[in-house]
Design a protein around this ligand. Structure first.
Ligand SMILES: [Ca+2]
Ligand SMILES: [Ca+2]
Length: 222
């Protein structure tokens, strides 16, 4: 009887579900909170981004002045959402926001086919495995930007952008960890010539190397 009982206990223990397989979220990952679906119109209304996490950085622009970049990040369970707000001292600088995403978070030292580049300026450009790939630019992308490309006047120096990228395009879900980078293209005319430079975040990171990007997690709704 005792043996049977012990076996019974053992069997009972064996049927207790094991904890989720060995995947633990890096506690240092940048949280991308769950939040509402923003209206992607380029109006960064405080009430629509209160759930979001904020990253700020600054850089010296092509004319030597400082630009501060604020990026709000959240997701609505279906899409990644980002709002860029630039504070600049020089009105003559043209600024364009870019997002880099290592969607399988493999932190490779070179870009692979899951590593996306998104660029917003006169049109919307996105490429996997490459950046500065302007052959992909379109006015009708399968991801959203605000103001819409048709509302962005040629040469207009905008300081606010909203971006929404479907999880289905990225191959991620709520709970996924991704590598994350931002880049701002800044350009101006210097002595009659257009000079174009870029500033990357993380500041020591490189667009060519997901290994240098920030790890972020698409937090579950809690
Ligand atoms: Ca909005
Ligand atoms: Ca990757």
């Amino acid at each position: 009887m005792m043996r049977i009982g012990l076996w019974g206990v053992a069997a009972a223990i064996m049927t207790i579900p094991l904890p989720e397989a060995a995947h633990s979220i890096n506690p240092d990952s940048l949280p991308i909170p769950f939040g509402p679906s923003a209206t992607i119109d380029g109006e960064v209304a405080p009430e629509e981004w209160t759930s979001a996490n904020l990253v700020t950085f600054s850089f010296q622009d092509v004319l030597g002045d400082y630009v501060t970049v604020s990026v709000w990040l959240m997701h609505d369970g279906r899409s990644l959402q980002a709002a860029f707000v630039f504070k600049r001292t020089n009105e003559d600088i043209f600024l364009a926001p870019e997002l880099f995403l290592d969607t399988d978070n493999d932190k490779s030292s070179k870009l692979r086919s899951d590593d996306w580049w998104f660029h917003v300026s006169g049109s919307d450009c996105a490429s996997a495995g490459r950046y500065d790939d302007y052959s992909t630019c379109t006015l009708n992308a399968d991801w959203e930007t605000g103001p819409r490309p048709s509302q962005r006047e040629r040469g207009e120096q905008l300081d606010r952008y909203e971006i929404r990228i479907p999880f289905s395009k990225l191959g991620v879900v709520t709970g996924s960890e991704v590598g994350l980078g931002f880049r701002v293209m800044h350009s101006a005319q210097v002595s009659g010539e257009w000079v174009i430079l870029t500033a990357f975040w993380p500041l020591q990171g490189s667009p060519e190397s997901p290994a240098t990007w920030e790890e972020a997690v698409l937090l579950p709704n809690s």
